[in-house]
Design a protein around this ligand. Structure first.
Ligand SMILES: NC(=O)c1ccc[n+]([C@@H]2O[C@H](COP(=O)([O-])OP(=O)(O)OC[C@H]3O[C@@H](n4cnc5c(N)ncnc54)[C@H](O)[C@@H]3O)[C@@H](O)[C@H]2O)c1
Length: 260
């Protein structure tokens, strides 16, 4: 097949969690620009609407769904809505995630914060992957893309102490490998993207803080942080037939941080 055709998502249906801002919005746009219909899910109803409107302006079909990925009932309803509207789910992007609410060394870390980061970043990926796999097993094909982090491959404390975040992202990395093996023979590919520093609203808009930008820029070998648009090519690759023999991989997009 022609290589440009391999990257096309024409006729596909994608579910994106956390689509309301940042990387999730870029993923929703990328799905639409490559030809897919998009189910835009976010804990913020306004965020889900914003993403669906943005997809519609790109000429693709979209529905907004308000969904807290930490709630398994919400996620079950999200996939039921997707199947009711579009008849199938070809691509699931488990993107919704939060930073540690109060970064601190572990001996001072609050249990409440630990539990919420686990609930969103790990339980949320479990709920999303399970609902997606159940639909994809019926279809006999699918693509799952989990959004981990470079902090799923290494500790973060030389920049900022975020123990719950790094624990969840490391777990998402190994869950991705586990699911890649479980579903390899079922024509379902499961991969992860491990971003470095991207300019989004995560961590209470830390990107508005000049000290944060200075620290992250200094840590990044390329000497800058990335804009959300710079992740679009990676997600289309993993969502499309261009990656049909790729499963269990971690696609690192970090300006060279993990190469150290
Ligand atoms: N920005 C970065 O530098 C960076 C780096 C590595 C990994 N990531 C990962 O990328 C993903 C997206 O982060 P971002 O930087 O775009 O953040 P962001 O805060 O800009 O966007 C996150 C979106 O997820 C939504 N959300 C939050 N909790 C949710 C929940 N429980 N259920 C559903 N939606 C929820 C928010 O409303 C928001 O729209 C996260 O998993 C994050 O860990 C981000």
């Amino acid at each position: 097949m022609n290589v440009i055709e391999q990257f096309s998502l024409k006729g596909k249906v994608a579910v994106v969690t956390g689509a309301g801002s940042g990387l999730g919005l870029a993923f929703a746009e990328a799905m639409a620009e490559a030809g897919a219909s998009v189910v835009c899910a976010d804990i913020s109803g306004a965020g889900a609407e914003h993403a669906a409107n943005r997809v519609a302006t790109l000429g693709a079909s979209a529905i907004p769904v308000t969904c807290d990925v930490a709630e398994e009932g919400d996620v079950a309803r999200l996939f039921a809505d997707a199947v009711e509207k579009f008849g199938r789910v070809d691509i699931a992007i488990a993107n919704a995630g939060i930073a540690d609410p109060n970064p601190s060394l572990l001996h001072e870390y609050a249990t409440k914060d630990w539990k919420r980061v686990m609930a969103v970043n790990l339980d949320g990926v479990f709920h999303t992957n399970r609902a997606a796999l159940s639909q994809m097993m019926k279809q006999g094909a699918g693509k799952i893309i989990n959004i981990a982090s470079m902090w799923g491959l290494a500790g973060a404390a030389t920049v900022v102490p975020i123990p719950a975040y790094t624990a969840t992202k490391g777990a998402v990395v190994n869950l991705t490998r586990e699911l890649a093996l479980e579903y390899a023979a079922h024509n379902i590919q499961v991969n992860a993207i491990c971003p470095g520093f991207f300019r989004t609203r995560i961590a209470n808009n830390a990107c508005d803080d000049p000290d944060f930008i200075a620290a992250t820029t200094a840590f990044t070998p390329m000497g800058r942080i990335a804009e959300p648009d710079e992740i679009k090519g990676a997600v289309v690759y993993l969502a499309s037939s261009a990656s049909n023999f790729v499963t269990g991989s971690m696609l690192v997009i970090d300006g060279g941080c993990a190469a150290r």
